[in-house]
Each structure stands twice: as structure tokens, then as C-alpha cells.
Design a protein. Structure first.
Length: 235
């Protein structure tokens, strides 16, 4: 974590990325409380605290990974058409899941919210999935928000850290995040849109894996080293 000072231009990118992340989380928290209809919606406060903690951890460990930050804030060219379609479906599903959870647990339109043990389990799953996501991001300097072959950044196969266990640990984390978030926010009913998100992420994993086999040098060999895409012994 030590070394030469970060150049001024990189420092601006870093500050911009952290500020944008925190402002986004603050806005999301406000929306969650508004949908829940009460400021003392404790599940929402716990959920947002996990998100803020994740950003604080990332701000410390990733402050010198400026190229990764730039890619995540402003991806380069060559985004696959099917990934654009993914985001067009994923974003509304995510909003639907959050809305369903907050209306269910916050306003209790549909009866009692999830029992406390289920909420605790959701918090544990959501926190663990965030940790897995950060681990995968730390090991993979090409961890983008979109699917594109990053020839402009000399993309290479990553086979360290969680990539020794599964080929797509970031997607594995995202798949855990969806039901984890629903339960952490106190809702059993929000597991329905969360389940749709899980299916969509599995489809995206399959498409990305197929694309990397065709287009990224060394990836086919990597699939023989790390056999499973998302879950060891399953798929």
C-alpha cells in the first residue's frame, strides 16, 4: 500500500469515483427510506451500512488501481450487444426487487415482514457476497461493469485468488447478492424478482464464458484448469 504518491490526474479520478459511489449510495438510501415510508426502517440502515463499508474498504485497497476505476466508471468501446440487452432487463428487475422489499418490510402492505433470523441470514449472505466481489475485483484488473474484450488494456486471463475456484467469481457474488439483499431488507416476497435476477445473471455468465472462449487468448486452457463457472462441482 506504500510507494510513490498518486499522480494528480489519477487522484482526481480516484476522488471522483469515491464521491460518485458515496453520492449514489446516499441517494439509494434515501429512496429506500422513502419507499419504506419511515426513517426508522432498520433493515434499510443495515443494508446501506454494508454498502458504505464496502466502498470505504475499496477506497483504501483500490486507491492505486486507477486503470480499473477508470474502466468501471467509463468503459471503453466494444460492449457486446447482448450485454446491452442484459442491462436493459437487469436495471428494472433490480428496482422492482428493492421496491418490493421496501414496500413489503417497510410499509407491510402484504402482511408481516421476514422473521429476524431470515434477515440476519440475508445480512450475512449480502456482506459475504460483497466481500467476494471485492476479492474478485482486487485480483482482476479488467473487472468491468460491461462485457467487452479489453484489447485496449491488453486484457489477459486471470487465474489467481477466487479464479482458482470458479471462472466467474464476480457473477457468483452477484447471484448471492440478489437474494441476500431481499432478505437483508426484511422481505420474503422480494425473493421473486431476486430469483429472476439470478436467472438473468446465470444467462449472462454463460454468454460471457462462451465469448471469452472464442476471443480471449489462453481462456480455453484456463477452462481446463478451473473447470466450473459459478459453483464448484455444479456448473
Amino acid at each position: 500500500m506504500t510507494g510513490h504518491p498518486i499522480p494528480a490526474s489519477d487522484s482526481r479520478w480516484y476522488a471522483r469515483g469515491m464521491a460518485l459511489s458515496l453520492l449514489t449510495l446516499a441517494a439509494l438510501h434515501g429512496v429506500i427510506l422513502a419507499m419504506a415510508g419511515r426513517w426508522n426502517f432498520w433493515q434499510g440502515w443495515v443494508f446501506s451500512s454494508i454498502n458504505v463499508l464496502s466502498v470505504v474498504i475499496a477506497s483504501f485497497f483500490f486507491r492505486r488501481k486507477i486503470d480499473l476505476l477508470k474502466e468501471r466508471l467509463r468503459p471503453g468501446p466494444g460492449v457486446k450487444w447482448w450485454d446491452k440487452a442484459f442491462w436493459a432487463i437487469y436495471a428494472p428487475l433490480l428496482i422492482a426487487m428493492l421496491a418490493a422489499a421496501c414496500l413489503d418490510a417497510g410499509r407491510r402492505y402484504w402482511g408481516p415482514s421476514a422473521p429476524t433470523p431470515a434477515v440476519i441470514a440475508g445480512v450475512a449472505i449480502y456482506a459475504a457476497s460483497n466481500a467476494l466481489m471485492l476479492w474478485a475485483m482486487w485480483c482482476n484488473n479488467w473487472f468491468s461493469t460491461v462485457m467487452r474484450l479489453q484489447l485496449d488494456r491488453e486484457q489477459r486471463v486471470v487465474d489467481s485468488g477466487p479464479y482458482r475456484i470458479v471462472r466467474h467469481p464476480g457473477y457468483a457474488a452477484a447471484i448471492l447478492q440478489a437474494p441476500g439483499a431481499a432478505l437483508a431488507l426484511g422481505s420474503i416476497r422480494a425473493l421473486a424478482p431476486a430469483g429472476a435476477i439470478v436467472l438473468l445473471l446465470i444467462a449472462r455468465t454463460a454468454m460471457e464464458d462462451r465469448t471469452l472462449r472464442r476471443e480471449l487468448a489462453g481462456y480455453d486452457e484456463f477452462t481446463r484448469q478451473t473447470r466450473y463457472r459459478l459453483a464448484p462441482g455444479v456448473w
